[in-house]
Design a protein around this ligand. Structure first.
Ligand code: GDP
Length: 457
């Protein structure tokens, strides 16, 4: 029998309403000790399930808060256990007080993610859904949130379950034919099986490749800003981040360090490394910065190349044009509020990257930038409403294991191996996909997954 756990389920920053949640077989007993109904003749134990009651939380004789309590009975609750939610005032101090009173009354402090873990262990949700809960809470952007919500709605689970059914149907057919050759004939079956497995492989590969797009949605697009000193890199970073993060100066070469900043443009998350400008210099510190900028550019998902339109193009600018050739890059012609010192149209014709005029100072051009990024990475918009997407590296590994196993089956078919050879690899693929849903997942993996989730955040 599990014990009874309690935690502050809402954020712990000050807000109008806070929620303290208690879950487990002793949830009602704990509440009985700390809650008094406004009507003193009522008792917790005699109340119906799924009812809400008005009253007060008491620590001994001391009234702590005026609250509403929700009584929910197993199994129709989030954790599938008896659950009490105390709707209290949302001050951090009062929530902590209520929580410690509940702990003294017999509950144990919940571990991070333990409510969701219980929902999984009690079989109410599968592992991909539990992970989606954590992703929803940790989602950094609207698109990441949508994708997690979709996963929470069970779309990944449905796809995986369907694929597993198709795999097990193949296994079942082979097994039946081996057991009962009179009724099931394997002759000529390999052609059909090849076709079926190819279809399954196609769907798995699509899932696997959705991961990269999923990563960009979840973690953000790793972006490097390149530009010679004073082109306006720091100003751009400040503009998009809406705060004074990097140091802006008129002295060339003051942005020496690689700062990383997460910004959101039109719903897309960019992880921007602001690096020192590119220039020929004998200054050691500056050189480190330059090298770092170039190195970061190699790892970048996106390069934003900033040019100062008010000055003629320099050798350093040419270097940057070289650097972005064949890369996912956007040319930003900054300081468009000033008179141009070179032919802007010429840049547009000679450059294979999109070119946008902006002014970091006047704050113009960012909508266009957001649109171009969307076009570049997500074909205009994110298709996450239609596409089932993998956003989790563990899921990707499982899908790839399944692909490898099915590939072995295909190889065996080509080599003309007997059918009973196939079932082992088919079952491996079946098991690999099962791990996404949490079947046969070792306990420590479950621990790791749930520990990632930090309540109070
Ligand atoms: P960085 O060295 O590339 O990071 O350049 P900064 O962001 O420090 O900008 C250098 C100078 O250019 C600062 O004085 C900025 O105020 C100025 N600046 C940046 N963007 C613009 C712009 O769009 N228009 C104008 N007129 N000045 C700008």
């Amino acid at each position: 029998m599990r014990d009874t756990i309690a935690a502050i389920a809402s954020g712990i920053t000050a807000s109008g309403i806070g929620i303290v949640r208690i879950s487990g077989p002793g949830a009602f007993r704990v509440l009985e000790k700390i809650f008094r109904f406004a009507n003193p003749t009522k008792k917790v134990s005699t109340q119906k399930a799924n009812t809400i009651h008005y009253g007060y939380i008491y620590d001994g004789d001391e009234k702590i808060d005026e609250v509403l309590v929700m009584l929910m009975k197993a199994p129709h609750t989030y954790t599938a256990e008896d659950t009490v939610e105390i709707d209290c005032h949302g001050g951090p101090y009062v929530m902590q007080q209520i929580l410690s009173t509940a702990l003294r009354a017999g509950a144990r402090m919940a571990e991070p993610g333990e409510f969701t873990k219980r929902a999984f262990l009690n079989g109410r949700i599968d592992l991909s859904e539990a992970e989606a809960v954590m992703d929803v809470i940790g989602a950094g952007s609207e698109d990441a949130l949508k994708s997690s919500l979709m996963q929470l709605g069970g779309s990944l689970k449905r796809e995986i379950t369907e694929l597993r059914e198709e795999i097990i149907t193949e296994v079942a057919f082979i097994e039946s034919a081996l057991d009962d050759p009179e009724h099931y004939d394997l002759t000529g079956h390999t052609a059909e099986m090849t076709q079926n497995i190819n279809k399954i492989l196609g769907r798995l590969k699509k899932l696997s490749s959705s991961f990269n797009e999923g990563r960009l949605v979840r973690e953000g697009i790793y972006t490097v800003i390149l530009g010679k000193p004073n082109a306006g890199k720091s100003s751009l970073l400040n503009y998009v981040s809406g705060m004074e993060r990097a140091i802006v100066t008129d002295i060339a070469g003051t942005t020496r360090d690689t700062l990383e900043e997460t910004v959101r443009i039109g719903g897309i998350v960019l992880r921007i490394a602001d690096t020192a400008g590119i220039r020929n210099t004998g200054d050691v510190i500056e050189k480190i910065g330059v090298e770092r900028a170039l190195m970061s550019a190699d790892r970048a998902d996106l390069i934003l190349a900033v040019f100062d339109t008010s000055l003629p193009l320099s050798e350093e600018d040419e270097k940057i044009f070289e650097k972005i050739k064949g890369r996912r890059a956007i040319v930003l012609l900054n300081k468009s509020d000033l008179a141009p010192a070179f032919d802007v149209e010429e840049i547009r014709t000679r450059c294979d990257s999109p070119v946008i005029s902006i002014s970091a100072k006047e704050e113009t051009g960012i909508d266009e930038l957001a649109r171009v990024i969307r076009d570049m990475f997500f074909g205009g918009q994110l298709h996450i409403n239609e596409q089932i997407m993998i956003t989790n590296v563990r899921h990707k590994e499982c899908v790839e294991d399944a692909i490898r196993s099915l590939q072995l089956v295909m190889d065996a078919i080509i080599e003309g191996m007997p059918e009973d050879f196939f079932t082992v690899d088919l079952m491996d693929a079946y098991a690999a996909l099962g791990r996404i849903l949490g079947e046969q997942v070792e306990d420590d993996l479950v621990e790791t997954i749930f520990a990632k989730f930090c309540m109070g955040k």
